[in-house]
Design a protein around this ligand. Structure first.
Ligand code: SF4
Ligand code: SF4
Length: 466
């Protein structure tokens, strides 16, 4: 086997995980990839027959980068193997169309009434779904009459603030918010403004997560490069970058900067550089001396091990770090205002029993779960949080839409849906709009982003028509 072949890349992951074995039972419900990996490995041991290439190819498609497993390098390597398959074998045109969420949403959202009518029509709906590789039972969300961009223009959000003091936010709204649920980015802007934060909506493209998940690295890099350029300019002008979507936040804060601190550009930019040492973030610093967030490691020992080899390493490492270090999840940002005594208490009562689900990509940002605390200030509202870090809604971006993954996606989401049903809530709250699509698919509960509740409590209009 060619040492650089995608099969070889995924084979190395199989061997490393089988050797470690930690996830054999830990990840048996919330992940499709690891249970299949152990099944293939065990079969190989029992039969003496090597795992065939088609099984390795299928295995790589089962990872949705949910980040619930313990090893960051393993999931990055899975994405690299997936990319290697696509670069060698090409991408099915239907997946190419589906993964370009922004373009697809723009096209469908340009004529929302017609699109909605087509999908509601049973015959036409099934023909379009079949042609696009979407499972016949997957609900396609309704496109709103008016996208977020129209409201943003009326609110003058596309012009920068003339404020010279106080907080300024460059808001990254995310494709699902911009094109499918515009009430969410609207609520986010209203809540930020209510708390004296000037809001600017920079030019933005899809964060790049959907093409990354499908192995389309060229598109993922193109989108990330555009966003880095726009957001980097905003950071230079004193803006904080705020994401209401946890997946966009995870990509901008975490995935983009992977490996960037190991680059020579970063090491050469370190002001207090010590000859013979590398300055790297603390989690890499086993055995190094602590200096707040960073540690110093001997270049002679670690220089060949620590490389800028993350998924986005072709892009400027300093720009990746600058944007990542100035990006906040919206809930994290509002909590920060709370700690500074700069968060205005919600006033109007919302008599509702809600259950809050913290999405996978928020958990991975390591900012805790800010919304239950923020929502505890809303009069009349009771919120219970779903505990346990292995619950997953199962939608996995566009994966749950694909004909071949729809059933597996429902199966993965079922334990979470059953858990929610135990609470008998009036309402589900979650900040991830992909999870919202899956809740809409699998339950009859109303679903809202927590910031819609905060905005509703400020305005006294808790339930706005979409
Ligand atoms: S993902 Fe990490 S912890 Fe889990 S089996 Fe693989 S190497 Fe071990
Ligand atoms: S990122 Fe998620 S789907 Fe991929 S291996 Fe880890 S837990 Fe499984």
């Amino acid at each position: 086997m060619n040492p650089e072949s995608p099969e070889n890349q995924i084979r190395k992951i199989v061997d490393a995980c089988a050797d470690c074995d930690d996830c054999r039972f830990m990840m048996d419900q919330s992940c499709l990839f690891l249970p299949e990996l152990f099944r293939l490995y065990d079969r190989e041991k029992e039969t003496g027959q090597e795992i065939p290439p088609e099984d390795l190819r299928h295995l790589v498609d089962l990872c949705n980068f949910c980040a619930l497993c313990p090893c960051r390098n393993v999931r990055t390597d899975i994405m690299k193997a997936k990319t290697a398959f696509i670069e060698r074998d090409g991408l099915d045109w239907r997946i190419r169309a589906l993964q370009d969420v922004e373009r697809l949403s723009k096209v469908c959202g340009a004529y929302p009434r017609m699109t909605n009518r087509l999908f509601q029509n049973r015959g036409m709906g099934s023909v379009i779904k079949k042609g696009g590789g979407i499972h016949p039972d997957r609900s396609v969300p309704r496109f709103p009459d008016s996208p977020f961009s129209r409201w943003a223009e009326k609110q003058d959000l596309k012009n920068k603030s003339r404020k010279t003091s106080g907080r300024k936010a460059a808001f990254f709204a995310g494709c699902t918010g911009r094109y499918l649920f515009p009430e969410v980015p609207r609520a986010a802007v209203e809540v930020l403004r209510r708390n004296q934060v000037a809001v600017f909506l920079p030019e933005q493209r899809c964060c790049g997560m959907p093409p990354m998940l499908e192995g389309d690295r060229d598109l993922a890099l193109k989108l990330a490069e555009f966003n880095l350029d726009q957001l980097g300019q905003a950071v230079d002008e004193g803006y904080d970058i705020i994401c209401s979507c946890p997946t966009c936040g995870y990509l901008l804060k975490d995935v983009l900067k992977e490996g960037a601190y190991h680059s020579s550009a970063f090491q050469e930019s370190v002001e207090d550089a010590k000859p013979g040492y590398m300055k790297v973030p603390a989690p890499f610093g086993v055995g190094g001396s602590m200096d707040e967030k960073f540690v110093w490691l001997k270049t002679s020992v670690y220089g060949n091990l620590l490389k800028d080899d993350g998924y986005f390493s072709d892009l400027d490492p300093l720009q990746r770090i600058r944007v990542a270090e100035h990006t906040y999840d919206l809930g994290e940002y509002l909590s920060m205002l709370c700690r500074e005594d700069a968060f205005e208490k919600p006033i109007h009562s919302i008599e509702t029993r809600a259950v809050y689900y913290p999405p996978c990509h928020l958990r991975e940002q390591e900012v805790g779960t800010p919304y239950p605390d923020l929502l505890s200030a809303v009069p009349g509202l009771s919120v219970e949080s779903i505990g346990g870090s292995f619950y997953c809604c199962g939608i996995a971006g566009i994966m749950g839409f694909k004909a071949e993954f729809h059933d597996a996606s429902l199966q993965m989401g079922r334990p979470l849906m059953e858990k929610i049903a135990e609470y008998h809530p009036d309402l589900i709250l979650t900040d991830c709009l992909s999870c919202r699509l899956q809740f809409n698919q699998m339950t009859d509960y109303e679903v809202r982003h927590p910031v819609e509740i905060l905005s509703g409590s400020y305005s006294g209009r808790p339930r706005r028509p979409d």
